[in-house]
Design a protein around this ligand. Sequence first.
Ligand SMILES: Nc1ncnc2c1ncn2[C@@H]1O[C@H](COP(=O)(O)OP(=O)(O)O)[C@@H](O)[C@H]1O
Ligand SMILES: Nc1ncnc2c1ncn2[C@@H]1O[C@H](COP(=O)(O)OP(=O)(O)O)[C@@H](O)[C@H]1O
Ligand code: SF4
Ligand SMILES: [Mg+2]
Ligand SMILES: [Mg+2]
Lengths: 280, 280
Amino acid sequence: MRQIAIYGKGGIGKSTIAANLSMALKEMGLRVMQVGCDPKRDSTRILAGGRLIPTVLETFREELRIGKDEYAISLKDIIFQAQSGIYCVESGGPEPGIGCAGRGVLTALQILSDLKAFETYGIDVAIYDVLGDVVCGGFAMPIRHGYAQEIYLICSGGFMSIYAANNIAKAIRRLSRRGETGLAGVICNSSGDEQFEKVVLSQFAEALGSKLVHLVPRSPVIQACEVESRTVLEHSPQSEEAEVFRELARQVMDNDRPVIPKPIEEISDLEAMYREHLPK
Amino acid sequence: MRQIAIYGKGGIGKSTIAANLSMALKEMGLRVMQVGCDPKRDSTRILAGGRLIPTVLETFREELRIGKDEYAISLKDIIFQAQSGIYCVESGGPEPGIGCAGRGVLTALQILSDLKAFETYGIDVAIYDVLGDVVCGGFAMPIRHGYAQEIYLICSGGFMSIYAANNIAKAIRRLSRRGETGLAGVICNSSGDEQFEKVVLSQFAEALGSKLVHLVPRSPVIQACEVESRTVLEHSPQSEEAEVFRELARQVMDNDRPVIPKPIEEISDLEAMYREHLPK
Ligand SMILES: Nc1ncnc2c1ncn2[C@@H]1O[C@H](COP(=O)(O)OP(=O)(O)O)[C@@H](O)[C@H]1O
Ligand SMILES: Nc1ncnc2c1ncn2[C@@H]1O[C@H](COP(=O)(O)OP(=O)(O)O)[C@@H](O)[C@H]1O
Ligand code: SF4
Ligand SMILES: [Mg+2]
Ligand SMILES: [Mg+2]
């Protein structure tokens, strides 16, 4: 079974890429589970027809409240099969204002494994959609505990998305278990200037010891799909955008050797690399 | 001295509003300090001419590394006066992958108060720009410890921004100290459909026991200012957008009675309220 994690700053397009990637993998005949690991709990919204599904943590809190434990949870309370056949899970977050959101994500992942979710549903690929703005000890737990085995960093042409990705690469280097988890690649979710993005993100990915795996164009079709809560492959199966996600799925399945990244230490070096390619 | 905090989901426009509000307050003759409380450390970028200033936490770590403590930090190492005269601070975040980012923000705020930053610079208004995607115990610390006294929630017409704001309101209710901290209001940073936003955000704000304080239009001028790393008031002082921020500053200064919010308990009720106003 492959465990693939999508990290990147807030609003960069993690959920959009995760949902469309899940769909393309499903089309290849694989059994796919997408696990939202963002307290916003909206990772699987496109897959679930616009619905925000119940979360593992809120279901767990219900059981705790009546004196039971995680083994009282039934898999059908926390795993929802979308019309497409993809299995959807949302970790959820803590009660607002208390507890550790990152720790909560880990708890949710541990519940899935204690309840043998992957085995029960015969899952081939798990896609984890993880918040990447805060690279704290909490949110790095999926890496530390070996869940996020093949990690993709989502970037655009904006400097802050590269800065966030470099920080995540620092966490991967510090926490990944040799041979088990690592950086699988960088994916560009374009903010418009594809020429600039290809050059600067290829250089960034290579500096990390990895590669720019694919570029997803900025597209009104992708935006429209979100409003309709459908993936691009369901909404416009013949479109160029649908083909982009099919190609991404092929790249991801072929690319099974994650590396320990070599992040850029100093922010001034990161800025210098970035400025080099800015149009004069 | 007024301590005003801006909370909201990632990418909603917190830093854009914070920087332009700081500028408008400065124009009113007030001495203003903006403190970025987001590990991305880009809150004061527009104010500092595109530069990412050194953070409190990285400066603190340097001192710790050579066996010193926070009192070895000199204020001029962590507080930078922009050309506009506004004082800029970035809390920064932990070393990636370890430690608690929220706890780090609190540490940075405590260092500012231990070093008597507000007294030394004669600050009238402090603006805290705080990450609101993760409403964990860590990021709620500025509320719990009485720094975030007048809290503004930034929303747009998108449901997820309202969902995030409602979660922050839950944290405020749980943690705010009666009479000291509370919800001061909702600010709309429009995503385009102002008609819909005014209706749904007024209802949401009133349900919380507060009000919709102001609406900032979606505008290419505001976008252009970010690219040039200048506030709207510096870039286009006579523009309608500049006047919007001047009005916001007046509203904020007049509005000094924060409330303990009454957040909407169930997500289904929040969705129902939202759907009521959607165009049929
Ligand atoms: N390639 C793209 N073209 C157009 N819009 C996009 C694209 N990728 C993402 N978006 C839009 O950007 C917004 C943020 O995307 P989302 O996947 O929710 O980000 P994240 O999960 O990283 O917070 C959504 O409204 C989405 O529709
Ligand atoms: N009213 C607006 N009109 C146009 N663009 C905006 C507006 N508000 C914010 N933006 C843009 O949206 C992006 C995100 O804003 P930012 O303030 O960085 O969000 P946050 O601090 O909440 O993450 C920036 O590129 C900014 O220029
Ligand atoms: S470790 Fe991260 S998720 Fe956990 S409380 Fe701290 S900031 Fe929040
Ligand atoms: Mg998302
Ligand atoms: Mg910001």
